[in-house]
Design a protein. Sequence first.
Lengths: 302, 288
Amino acid sequence: MNPAAQAQQQDLLKVEPASPAASGAPVTPTTPVLCLCGAAARVGGRTLWSGVDLEVQAGEFVAVLGPNGVGKSTLVKVLLGTVPAAAGDIRVLGRRPGEAGHRVGYLPQRRSFDSDLRIRGIDIVRMGLDGDRWGVPLPWSRSRRAEQARVDEVIELVGASAYAHRPIGQCSGGEQQRLLIAQALVRRPEILLLDEPLDSLDLPNQSAVAALIGRICHQEGVAVVMVAHDVNPILHHLDRVVYIAEGGAVCGPPSEVINSETLTRLYRTPVEVLSTQDGRLVVVGQPEAPAVHTDRHTGREK
Amino acid sequence: MNLYLASAGANAWSQPFFQHALLAGTFIALAAGLVGYFLVLRAQVFTGDALSHVAFTGAMAALAAGYDLRLGLFTACILVALLLAGIGRRGKADDVVIGSAFAWILGLGSFFLTLYTTSASGMNDGGAGVRVLFGSIFGLDAGQTLVAVLVALGVGVAVMFLGRPLLFATLDESVAAARGVPVKALGLAFLVLVGITAGEATQAVGSLLLLGLLAAPAGAAVRLTDRPFRGLALTAGLAVAEMWAGLAAAAWIPRCPPSFSVMAAASLVYAATYLRRPTTRRSRTVTA
C-alpha cells in the first residue's frame, strides 16, 4: 500500500482520541497493543496475504474485512500464535504471538452449542477463568468467592444475567454469543480477538451484540480485532478497518478504506461502493462477479 | 468361581468373597462413574461399546496364551482405545468398516475361547467365556481385589486431575486450544483411562454389560443437574450406590447374579430420571 497514505492514516489515528476511556482503563496511546509489520501468512504453500502493516492501540475497535477465503480468520490465528506468520514482525502486547496468554481473549468462529447440552451458561463463562487449571474446583477453596464474583460481574457486563443459569443449549444464538463474549472477557484481556461473532445472528441481535462489543471496547479500554463478513452492523462503532483482498491489505479509518477509489486500487479492477440513505455501505463489482453486469449481481455486501 | 454363590443369602455379608466384591465393586464403580461422565459429555459412548467387544477378545487371547486374563484385558482395551483415538482424529471411519471390524474381533474372541477350553490348562474351565462376558465379581480373591482397587483409585485420581482442562476441551475445544490446553494429548489420555476402566468394569459386570456401568449413571446425572462438577460427583455417587444396591440384591435374592442386579439398579435409576420434569425450560426471551 501507499506509504504516504499509510503515514497519513496513522497520523489521523493518533490525533483522534483512542476512546472516551471513562472507566480509567490503562490506555497508553504511545505503545500499540498489537503491531504487525510487513506480515504475511502462508497456508498450504499458498500465500494468503503479505505486506500487512497494522498498529492497534488500547481501546481501538478494528474490523478485518474482505471476501471469503482471503485469510481473515488466519490473521486472527496468526495473532493468537496458532498459525505461524510466514514473514514480517508481529508483536502482541510487546511479545511474540501466543506468549501473551490470558491477556488475549479469543472468540472463535463457531456453530452454536447443541440444544441438548445441559451445562449452564455461567459454567461456560467460568471455564474462561479457570478452565486451563488442573484438577477440579474444590468447594472449600479460598479463591472461590472472588472467582464467583468476577464471573457474575462479567455476566452483568454483557447483560446475560437473566439466562446465565439456564442450560446453554436452551439459549438463543444471541444469548449464547453474549455468554461466549463474557467467557472471552472474564480474565480481563487487553486484546479481544473475535472471529465473525455476528455470523448466524438475526438483525436485531447483530446490532445489539455489535453495540455490546463497541461498549466493551471503548469503555473498558479493550482493543478489539473483529473479523466480519458484513461491515454495516459495526460500521459506526469502528475506529479502523483492515481490508484484505487479492493478497494485499489496506488499513485505515472506514471512510478512507471502504470507498470506490481504495477498493478499486486494492482489487486492481473497478469496484464501486454505494452508500444507502441510512448510511449502510454496499460494495459492488468485485472480481468474483463479472464487473460489468452489476445489475445482475446485486453486490455482495461486505 | 461361581456366579451363583450368592444363593448363600444373608450369610453372604460375612463371607470373604462378598467383602472382596463390595470393596472392588465400590472402587470400580467410582472409576467407571467418573470416566463415564466425560464419556457421555464427549459423546464417545460408542468407544465404550467398541471396548466391550475388545475386552472379551483380549481376555480370551491372554487365557489361550497361558497368561493372566487381566493382562490381555487391559492391554487390548488400552491399545484399541488409542487406535480409536487415531481413527477419530483422521475423520469419520465408515459405519460398515467399524461394524465389521468389531464383529470380527468378537469372533476372534470365540476362536481364542475354543483354543483355551480345548487346551490342557483350560480343560476344566468351560465357564471362562461366560465369566468374562457377564462378570464374576463374586469370584475375586484378595489379590485380585487389591489390584482392582488400586487401578480404580489411579483412574479416579487421574480423572480428577484432568478435570477442568478436560471439561474445557470437551465443551469448547478451540478456545481451550487457544488458551494453551493440550487438547489432543488430553483426548488421548482420556481414552487410555477409558480403556483401563473398561478392563476394570469387565471384572465387575462383564464385557457385555460394562457399557451400562459407564453410561447409565452419567446419563442419569446429566439429566439431574446442569452443573458440570456437581454432575461429575453425582455420577460417581450414583455408580457406587447402584453397585451397592446390586450387590445387596444379589446377596439377598437367591439365584440373582450380581451383574444382573447391578445393571438393573443402573437402568432403573436412569429410567427414573425421566419421571422428573426437566428443570428450567422457560420460554425463550428475545435479547435486543
